[in-house]
Design a protein around this ligand. Structure first.
Ligand code: EPZ
Length: 423
C-alpha cells in the first residue's frame, strides 16, 4: 500500500503546469474506435485511468502506442471486438464510454454491468434508454448488458438528467444512424465540446455541444483521414490547485489553462475573500488571510462542479463562519467527511447537504480516502494541518492526477510518497 505523508504549514508559491483533461481524453480514446484511420491525441496525462483505457482499446483490437511524451497514437482495426474484459470494466467505470462507438461501428456491444462506486449510485439507464430510442435492443442478464441494433435511426431524445456519460454515449451512437438525432437537456460540460470537435474532424455532423440541445445529422460513413487532436487542460486539476493555494494561504499562477472553464470556482473563491486574477490563459490565486464562509450549490456545468466539492469542503472547513454545501449530482459524495472530522473539522452531513462550521485549524492525522477527489481533499487538508498527515489511497489519486505530489512539492509543499511495509 502506498500513502502520502504531508507536513502542514507551508503556503504554496510559484507556477504549476496543468495536464490534459482526464474526463475528455478518456472519451476521445473511446471515440477513436469509430475512426477509419490513425488518431493522434496530444496533451494526454500519464494517469492510471488512461493506462486502463489503453488496455480496453487493445483488448478490442485497436493498436495503441505512445508516439511521444503525452502523445497517443490509436489505429482501430476493421474487425474490432465488441466486449471489453470484465476486470477492466470493473476497475474503471469510464469503460462504459466505449458502448456508443462500438454500437455505431459494430452494431453490437456486450459489457459487464458497471458497478456503483463510493460516490454513490451510478446507473447507466439514461445511456441505455438513449440507445433504445435509436432502435437498439438492450438485454441485461447474468450481470452483463447486451446492446444490439440491425439499424440505428435518428431520434428526438430528452434526458431526465443532463448526464455527461449518457450525452457522450448517445452522441457516439447517433453519428452513423439514419437521419437526425436531437439530444435535449444534454450535458454542457467542456468535455462534450471536445468530443463534438473530435467527431466532426472524423467527418461527423454534430452541432450544439456546450448547449442543452445537441443535433447529430447521421452520415453514411466517416472520412478515412488521419487526425491529430490536442486535448484541453484539466479544469478539475486546475481547480484543485486553486483550492490548494486557498487552503495553504499561498500564491500561485496556473498557466496554459482555460479560465472560463473555472468561472464558478473563481466566483466562489472571490466571494470567500481570495484574490483571483484572471488573464487570457492563466489564473493567479493569492490567499493571505482566513477565508470567509460561503454557501456552495453543486450543479451540472456551468454550475459548481461536483468534482471540486470535496476540495472546497476541506477549504471551507477552515473558513470564518458556517458554510452550507449542497451536492446535487451524486448521492454519496460526502463519505470522506468523517476523515476530515478526524483532523478537527466540524462538519455535519444532512442528506444532500453538509453544514461546515469553520474551525481555526486542523491537526495532522492518518486518514483513508474513499475516492479520487476525496483523496485530493485530504491532501489539501494536510497542507494546512498542524503537524504530519498521512493519506492512504494514493492509488486513487494516481487515477486522475499526473505527478500530484511532485507538482505540490515544486510549489513548496512538504509532501512525499511512502511505501508502507505492510501489504
Ligand atoms: C462524469 O461521470 C465524470 N467522469 C465524473 O468525474 C463527473 O463527476 C461527472 O461526469 C459529472 O460531471 C468521467 O467523465 C469519466 P453523469 P458520469 O452521468 O458521466 C446519474 C471524476 O472524479 N445518472 O453526469 O458518470 C448519476 O448516477 C469523476 O473525475 C443516472 O441516474 O456522470 C449521477 O448521480 C467522478 N443515470 C448523475 O446522473 C444515467 O444513465 C451524474 O452522472 C447516468 C447518470
Amino acid at each position: 500500500m502506498e500513502r502520502l505523508e504531508i507536513e502542514g504549514g507551508y503556503p504554496l508559491q510559484g507556477e504549476v503546469p496543468i495536464s490534459g483533461a482526464k474526463n475528455a481524453v478518456l472519451k476521445l480514446m473511446a471515440a477513436s474506435l469509430l475512426a477509419e484511420n490513425e488518431c493522434i491525441i496530444r496533451n494526454v496525462p500519464l494517469i492510471k485511468d488512461v493506462l486502463t483505457m489503453i488496455e480496453v482499446l487493445r483488448s478490442l483490437g485497436a493498436e495503441v502506442s505512445w508516439a511521444d511524451h503525452a502523445v497517443l497514437r490509436i489505429v482501430p482495426k476493421k474487425d474490432l471486438g465488441y466486449s471489453a474484459p470484465d476486470e477492466l470494466v470493473r476497475e474503471m467505470r469510464a469503460s462504459v464510454q466505449v458502448m456508443g462507438p462500438l454500437l455505431s461501428r459494430m452494431r453490437k456491444v456486450k459489457l459487464f454491468q458497471p458497478g456503483g462506486c463510493v460516490i454513490g449510485q451510478r446507473p447507466i439507464d439514461l445511456h441505455l434508454k438513449g440507445f433504445q430510442s435509436l432502435g437498439a435492443k438492450v438485454v441485461e442478464e447474468h450481470g452483463y448488458i447486451y446492446v444490439q441494433a440491425d439499424k440505428l435511426r435518428g431520434a428526438d431524445i430528452h434526458l431526465d438528467f443532463p448526464s455527461v456519460g449518457a450525452t457522450e454515449n448517445i452522441m457516439a451512437a447517433a453519428i452513423l444512424a439514419e437521419g437526425v438525432t436531437v439530444i435535449r437537456n444534454a450535458a454542457k460540460e467542456p468535455e462534450i465540446i471536445e468530443e463534438q470537435n473530435f467527431y466532426n474532424r472524423l467527418g461527423a455532423h454534430i452541432r450544439g455541444a456546450g448547449t442543452d440541445m445537441i443535433r447529430i445529422e447521421g452520415v453514411k460513413a466517416l472520412r478515412s483521414i488521419p487526425i491529430d487532436y490536442t486535448v484541453i487542460p484539466d479544469r478539475i486539476e486546475a481547480g484543485t490547485f486553486m483550492l490548494a493555494t486557498a487552503i495553504s494561504k499561498g500564491e500561485i499562477r496556473l498557466k496554459e489553462i482555460i479560465p472560463e472553464h473555472l468561472e464558478s470556482l473563481t466566483a466562489k473563491l472571490k466571494e470567500a475573500g481570495v484574490e483571483v486574477e484572471v488573464k487570457e490563459e492563466s489564473i493567479r490565486v493569492k490567499a493571505g488571510k482566513r477565508l470567509r464562509a460561503v454557501d456552495v450549490t453543486v450543479l451540472p456545468y456551468p454550475g459548481f462542479p461536483t468534482d471540486l466539492q470535496p476540495q472546497m469542503t476541506a477549504t471551507l472547513a477552515l473558513a470564518e463562519g458556517t458554510s452550507l454545501l449542497t451536492e446535487n449530482v451524486f448521492s454519496g459524495r460526502f463519505r470522506y467527511v468523517d476523515e476530515l472530522v478526524r483532523m478537527g473539522a466540524n462538519i455535519r452531513v444532512e442528506g444532500r447537504s453538509a453544514v461546515v462550521k469553520g474551525v481555526p485549524c486542523f491537526t495532522g492525522a492518518s486518514v483513508v480516502a474513499p475516492d479520487l477527489r476525496a483523496a485530493a481533499a485530504m491532501v489539501l487538508a494536510g497542507l494546512a494541518a498542524k503537524g504530519k498527515t498521512t493519506v492512504e489511497g494514493v492509488d486513487l489519486l494516481d487515477r486522475g492526477y499526473e505527478k500530484f505530489e511532485e507538482k505540490l512539492a515544486s510549489l513548496g509543499a512538504r509532501i512525499k510518497r511512502l511505501v508502507t511495509d505492510e501489504e
